[in-house]
Design a protein around this ligand. Structure first.
Ligand SMILES: Nc1ncnc2c1ncn2[C@@H]1O[C@H](COP(=O)(O)OP(=O)(O)OP(=O)(O)O)[C@@H](O)[C@H]1O
Ligand SMILES: [Mg+2]
Length: 277
């Protein structure tokens, strides 16, 4: 490997370890029922591939069908927005992609490696190494500063961004020593984003990241997410109830009653700064 690398190349080398350094079969992320298709046969820019994914929650005598046969793909560096009514299955899909939950049936793979059959420890390792999550509520530790909240993650990550650099990317370089109670909601959410990206994840999964914020604060948070996608090439999925936000995505996916009801590419993508709602 060359000793002089641009930061972006260095990031890529970290996120996509040389193929020989990972187990070459799909058993690298859980066993695959049909055998051992090699990782290097997967289309190289396909991050997620889901086929016929269903999720049924059994609640006593009642079964809740959260997903009813979802086919979905996400490519490297792609920025998608997921829209749909409450209860349509958006969070369920994101949680399955992020390895927080398993489908009832169907198949989900991450870079050609099966996630749907992966055991708990494999999925934990997958989440730890490759996935950054951002939720509506920031889940910061109140007794730790912004920098310390980010450092909690970087201490257990391989080759992370220094916490100060991650906070700089989200525009909080000057607030590193502030505690959550000393920051606005938008600033706290940006700390949560810095925490999510500090381990240089391959994918950033955001579930209603602006749900608790006013318009102008929400736009600043979306600017941070779009900058990470643009400058670091992190494949990004953002769930929102706000249809206006879909204008900043490369692609917009609509869910309805557990099914994909629409999937279109924006012919013109606008920047978060241009949004109004
Ligand atoms: N852990 C669970 N146990 C039982 N039912 C669940 C569980 N999680 C989700 N559901 C149900 O699955 C369906 C889809 O839920 P999901 O949270 O994915 O919807 P959503 O599109 O994210 O909605 P919202 O916009 O309100 O967040 C809903 O009917 C929900 O009640
Ligand atoms: Mg949800």
């Amino acid at each position: 490997m060359p000793t002089q690398q641009s930061p972006k190349l260095k990031n890529l080398a970290t996120w996509f370890p040389p193929i020989e350094s990972v187990n070459m079969t799909e058993t690298a992320v859980g066993a695959h029922p049909t055998g051992s298709r090699r990782v290097d046969q997967a289309p190289s820019d396909l991050v997620f591939e889901a086929h016929g994914v269903t999720k049924v929650y059994a609640m006593g005598d009642v079964s809740v069908h959260a997903l009813r046969g979802v086919d979905f793909q996400l490519r490297a560096s792609e920025f998608i927005v997921l829209l749909g009514p409450s209860g349509s299955g958006k969070s369920t899909l994101l949680n399955i992609l992020g390895g927080l939950d398993l489908p009832t049936a169907g198949r989900v793979s991450y870079r050609g490696r099966d996630l749907s059959g992966a055991d708990d420890s494999t999925r934990t390792e997958y989440r730890r190494r490759h996935v950054g999550f951002v939720f509506q509520f920031y889940n910061l530790i109140p007794s730790l500063t912004a920098k310390e909240n980010v450092a909690l993650v970087t201490e257990i990550a391989r080759d992370p961004l220094p916490p100060a650099e991650a906070l700089g990317i989200v525009g909080l370089g000057d607030r590193m020593n502030h505690f959550p109670a000393q920051m606005s909601g938008g600033e706290q959410q940006r700390v949560a984003i810095a925490r999510a990206i500090a381990k240089r994840p391959d994918v950033l999964l955001c579930d209603e990241p602006t749900g608790a914020l006013d318009i102008s604060t929400g736009i600043v948070v979306l600017e941070a997410i779009e900058r990470i996608n643009r400058e670091l090439g992190t494949a990004t999925a953002v769930i929102t109830h706000n249809a206006a936000v879909s204008a900043i995505a490369d692609r917009v996916v609509h869910l309805s009653d557990g099914r994909i009801a629409g999937d279109h590419r924006n012919s013109r993508k606008v920047s978060a700064r241009e949004l109004s709602w």
